[in-house]
Design a protein around this ligand. Structure first.
Ligand code: ZN
Length: 352
């Protein structure tokens, strides 16, 4: 069986660089690749029609990988991606096998109900964002489990209400590290918006990574709007598509981070204007999303996956605005419908 993936390439200083995609959710789809053993070669066609094949050697500091496909009909494939040698010739190998179940510490999906502990998030009357996000998260987890998926949740309400979840975020068992350790394929972080940009208009905002095909984010927003009697947010800043937002660091943000670093006496992070601003998206994607919390800032622990080729495709969903009554009432009364719309999107995209 032969598989071809077209790659973009460019040359510089006698070096050819190539990539099958610059997006984190495109390229070779490991979810659909049939069970078999594959050997990966680069096929180069020269202008005089000569064809040459090149094998691949891993000269990076990143190790071999094992990937488990999302559970479908109680079944998963295990994919080992490794670099080996045959008679001194290096090669890249991809081995797809069926397994009976996922290892204990590997999950299909992860849910992060925003805030928690001492941090209640946005407030409106008797309602707090932390409490509403938790209700939503538990409902979503339950619905996905009924469909046979293995779901990790970053908090389930049993956490201490006085714990400071902001400063322990990057501790060994802090939110970022436990989410990374779940090896989930998809992470949904559930929030409600705090500030009002417009006194009348609320609506849904789905924040996506910067280097991402936005179809999935777009269909979450669309399904919620279609099924839950809400609307796309009219917020213009960071808007990529209807209901879809991509927020990267801008120059002012970068300067603020640099100033903070020099005041606290550590080397500034290497942040660019393509680095995702939202930590949940950035710090759960490893090298693919520019995770950078490496422990140099002594206020926080260390994201042990910051320089890792393991990462999750993460989205932050702002379901509506706490301080806009129509949004708040709709979410309080109909949050199971919002979660149904998310489940529907997952089914449409991940069960093919
Ligand atoms: Zn929030």
């Amino acid at each position: 069986m032969k598989y071809g993936i077209k790659s973009d390439f460019y040359t510089q200083n006698n070096t050819i660089s190539f990539s099958s995609t610059d997006k984190i959710n495109e390229g070779l789809d490991l979810e659909t690749i049939p069970i078999n053993e594959y050997y990966i070669f680069i096929k180069l066609t020269f202008s005089n029609s000569d064809i040459k094949y090149y094998s691949l050697k891993n000269t990076s500091s990143y190790s071999d990988l094992t990937y488990y496909t999302i559970t479908k009909s109680n079944s998963n494939n295990k994919i080992d991606i490794s670099f080996n040698q045959y008679n001194g010739i290096p090669y890249m190998n991809l081995c797809v096998k069926k397994v009976d179940s996922l290892p204990e510490d590997i999950y299909d999906f992860a849910i992060d109900p925003g805030h928690g502990g001492k941090d209640k998030g946005a407030k409106s009357g008797d309602y707090t964002e932390a409490e509403l996000a938790l209700k939503c998260g538990l409902d979503l987890k339950n619905k996905l489990e009924i469909l046979g998926f293995k779901v990790f949740i970053s908090r389930d309400g049993s956490e201490s209400q006085t714990e400071d979840t902001t400063t322990n975020m990057y501790d060994e068992n802090g939110r970022i590290n436990i989410l990374n350790k779940s090896h989930a394929k998809l992470l949904l972080s559930l929030h409600l918006n705090e500030n009002i940009y417009n006194k009348k208009l609320g609506g849904i905002e789905v924040y996506a990574p910067s280097n991402c095909n936005l179809d999935f984010a777009s269909s979450i927003a669309k399904n919620i709007v279609d099924d839950c009697g809400t609307n796309y947010s009219s917020l213009k800043s960071f808007k990529a598509e209807d209901g879809v937002y991509v927020r990267n660091f801008n120059n002012a943000d970068i300067l603020a981070y640099k100033t903070r670093a020099s005041k606290s006496g550590y080397e500034p992070y290497n942040i660019t204007t393509s680095t995702p601003y939202l930590y949940i998206i950035r710090e759960t994607g490893g090298i693919s999303t520019g995770a950078f919390v490496d422990g140099r800032n002594k206020l926080y622990g260390k994201n042990i996956f910051y320089n890792s080729n393991i990462g999750i495709e993460a989205y932050q969903i702002e379901l509506g605005y706490m301080k806009i009554n129509t949004d708040l009432e709709n979410i309080v009364n109909n949050y199971p419908q919002y979660m149904d719309a998310i489940v529907k999107t997952i089914q449409e995209n991940y069960i093919k």
